[in-house]
Design a protein around this ligand. Structure first.
Ligand code: F6R
Length: 255
């Protein structure tokens, strides 16, 4: 695992976008994507790069798979993750919508929807997975206590997650969501986790240096062979204060 520490959120966005582009240049076409405030600078930097070099960065063959979606709201609801992706990425790049996959939180049979999606991800074999991290260490919407062999499933959101996401949700928040499971996420070839701000410092510290524990879902990433973290200084605070983490991990701080 490598940890990159940047000066601010803009540099964190640029570095993450750079890695997406490098993955594309190395042949990756199937990307797992995340939503949330942290991803806004990532997608902004990515869109800028793609627009600056449209012929070199032809994304028409990309296939994208989002991590999660709220239950019970329509794709055009301003709080839905499909809407987020349209606003921050899809509407700015040349990618057919049929190649962008987001769970359907309005499916009449949610269990069948989860199976359908899990099979799609399995077929696709994601080459690159982008992740944010919750204040409670969640990845996707896998809340503390989620088994590590979990596949795509329905979750009831914890009070902490509802509180974290409420400020960016217009209207009353759904209390349930569909999410790729931890095992689904760990299948990706390479994983990049982005965390910004002091509110994530504790989760980041637990995820990277804590004993792997279902109570911190992101600590499951310690099992994966290719994980990079991009942190701003505030999110890295706990890590930088921990002598053990400095000994055990490659911390790169030059951005
Ligand atoms: C979103 C997702 C979540 C977020 C996490 C961080 O698709 O899966 O795990 O990545 O909650 O959210 P922000 O970036 O809003 O702090």
């Amino acid at each position: 695992m490598k940890v990159y520490i940047t000066d601010d959120l803009l540099s964190a966005g640029e570095l993450s976008a750079q890695w997406i582009i490098e993955a594309h240049q190395a042949g990756a076409r199937r990307f797992g994507l995340a939503t949330g405030q942290t991803m806004i600078p990532v997608y902004r930097a990515l869109v800028d790069r793609i627009r600056a070099e449209p012929s070199r960065l032809d994304v028409t063959a990309w296939e994208t798979f989002n991590l999660d979606e709220y239950v019970g709201i329509s794709p055009d609801h301003p709080g839905s993750f499909r809407h987020f992706m349209e606003e921050h990425l899809f509407s700015h790049i040349n990618l057919e919508r049929s190649r962008t996959h987001v769970l359907n939180g309005q499916a009449p049979d949610l269990e069948a929807e989860c199976w359908r999606y899990e099979n799609e991800i399995e077929r696709a074999r994601l080459e690159f997975q982008l992740l944010g991290i919750g204040m409670n260490g969640h990845i996707g919407f896998n809340e503390p206590g989620t088994p590590w062999n979990s596949r795509t499933h329905k979750v009831h959101l914890s009070e902490e997650t509802l509180e974290q996401n409420r400020p960016s949700f217009p209207g009353e928040m759904p209390r349930a969501a569909l999410t790729m499971g931890i095992a689904s996420i760990l299948r990706a070839e390479t994983i990049v986790v982005v965390a910004i701000g002091a509110s994530k410092a504790n989760a980041v510290l637990q995820a990277i240096t804590g004993r792997p524990d279902v109570l911190c879902p992101a600590s499951a990433l310690q099992q994966h062979r290719s994980v990079r973290y991009v942190l701003d200084r505030a999110a890295a605070k706990g890590l930088l204060a921990s002598a053990e983490s400095l000994r055990q991990h490659e911390i790169i701080s030059e951005f």
